[in-house]
Design a protein around this ligand. Structure first.
Ligand SMILES: *Cc1c(COP(=O)(O)O)cnc(C)c1O
Length: 368
């Protein structure tokens, strides 16, 4: 691997391809796959990721917000793009950019129909979201007949998909709850489908749902974290390859005497002579303060070096006592050689939060 001269997030597109193929192998041949590329494709590069996924056969994309969908269209992505969390004020832009809105409430359905009728559209495709227990976004089960009646009164929209989202598909202890969500989803379909003139794409599972609930794949699955190399359990993590590797270099080395302190608010106090290194990345790059105070660490020439004291905005300091290294040497925060899941877990958070936090200031480098 190439030696870096600054902080970079290396994005390995061959790892993405591996993960895609692995997840595909869990699906029956006619199940569609939607790649979730919200939040810059989980902190990487949404256009680059979506381009490669388009090339290797993904069927669909999803983003959270309308402007993320517009960025994909501007980047040349032509596959269908579902906007998971649009606002009614975005609906004209959704339509102008050929995006599919998630319609999740009476308010959004009425507002979307109003926009579509104003623009004199016929059968504009929408996806309906059902709340099956996450209690975040979605229609309640007792609103199915209202939906059917409302749709029957207009020609302007067509239901292309009906979906829901699982709250705890990675959690074995919540298996009963997930089953209850699947049952609720099925109930919603049983009420709604006979009232539609066209069979919609049914989709429920996220990454852990794909792995743990093969009976609930329906017509399409939505995978995010799995594509980026995390399976929410050690066994699956082994089969997937992390797409992002965050690396940087040692800017400066200091020899701290016993009793001296390091960093703002004197967050680290040396109990004995300590060799420290200063790295050119900080909380403005996405390495938040929770990772400081030795909660987690980085890899310097293959050795673990804890992050000491308070993480600064543009820098952080590590303890490299006993590690053979010099200024300019490469440092790995997470990636293939060091698990982002572990880096996050040791500081009390999850890989999703760590990788999506890597800020746009960090240079992205595509490989493979
Ligand atoms: C983010 C998101 C996903 C992807 O979940 P992963 O656990 O990353 O696979 C799927 N569906 C919805 C509705 C989401 O918001």
């Amino acid at each position: 691997m190439s030696q870096t001269s600054e902080t970079v997030l290396e994005i390995d597109l061959s790892a993405l391809e591996h993960n895609y193929n692995y997840l595909r192998s869990k699906l029956s041949p006619n199940t569609k796959m939607l790649g979730v590329v919200k939040a810059f494709a989980y902190g990487s590069d949404s256009v680059a990721i979506a381009k490669r996924l388009s090339k290797i056969g993904i069927d669909y994309f999803a983003v959270a917000y309308t402007r993320e969908g517009i960025a994909l269209r501007k980047g040349g992505i032509q596959k269908p793009i579902l906007v998971l969390h649009p606002q009614s004020t975005n609906f004209e832009e959704v339509i102008e950019n050929d995006l599919l809105p998630n319609i999740y409430s009476k308010f959004t359905l009425e507002a979307f129909i109003e926009t579509a009728e104003k623009l004199q559209l016929k059968k504009y495709p929408i996806h309906l979201k059902i709340n099956t227990g996450l209690n975040r976004l979605g229609f309640d089960l007792d609103e199915m007949n209202w939906i059917a009646e409302t749709l029957a009164s207009t020609e302007s929209v067509k239901v292309e998909g009906i979906f829901s989202h699982l709250a705890a598909s990675e959690d074995e202890a919540e298996r009963d709850f997930t089953k209850y969500q699947i049952e609720n989803y099925q109930k919603a379909l049983d009420t709604l489908l006979p009232q539609l003139d066209f069979p919609p794409i049914r989709h429920l599972c996220n990454t852990s749902g794909i792995i743990n609930y093969p009976e609930a794949h329906y017509d399409m699955v939505r995978t995010g974290i799995g594509l980026y190399g995390f399976g929410n359990c050690a066994e699956e993590d082994k089969k997937l390859k992390p797409v992002g590797t965050l690396k940087t270099i040692i800017s400066q080395i200091h020899h701290i005497k016993k009793g001296e302190s390091v960093g703002y608010n004197r967050g680290f106090k040396a109990a004995s002579a300590t060799k420290t290194a200063t790295l050119p990345l900080g909380h403005a790059d996405g390495i938040n303060r929770i990772y400081g105070k030795e909660k987690t660490g980085v890899l310097v020439n293959g050795y673990h070096a804890p992050i000491i004291g308070n993480v600064c905005m543009d820098m952080l300091m590590i303890d490299i006592s006993g590690i053979d290294c010099k200024e300019g040497d490469e440092v790995i925060l997470f990636g293939k050689e060091k698990s982002a899941e572990e880096f996050a877990h040791n500081a009390g958070t999850i890989s999703y939060e760590l990788i999506t936090s890597i800020s746009q200031r960090v240079k992205r480098k595509l490989i493979n």
